[in-house]
Write a protein of this length. Sequence first.
Length: 111
Amino acid sequence: MEGNYLIPANSKKSMLIFGLFTSFDLILFGTGLGISLLFVMFVQLNNTWLAIAAISPGLLTGLLVMPVPYHHNVLTVIKSIYEFYTTRQKFIWRGWCYSNEQSDEKQVYRR
């Protein structure tokens, strides 16, 4: 194989339900669909905007659990963006010229 490594692309899919969803994703989507179903059953849908408002919880949760490339789903993308902008970003150089005797070694940094 001349130094090339082959890692199966679907190695993590076996840990997911239907190969796409976590249990939290299915609970979130089921809750959104349940709320939409209750709105559709108990609200008189005489107006188009009222009908859109009634099905919007199901549509919103469906968009949140929709798979996207390079991430699990839209919800994880939003979480990653939020975490990036709200946490302190400090990157410490640990290259070949780094001295282990510096004082910043005692501080704890996230990622």
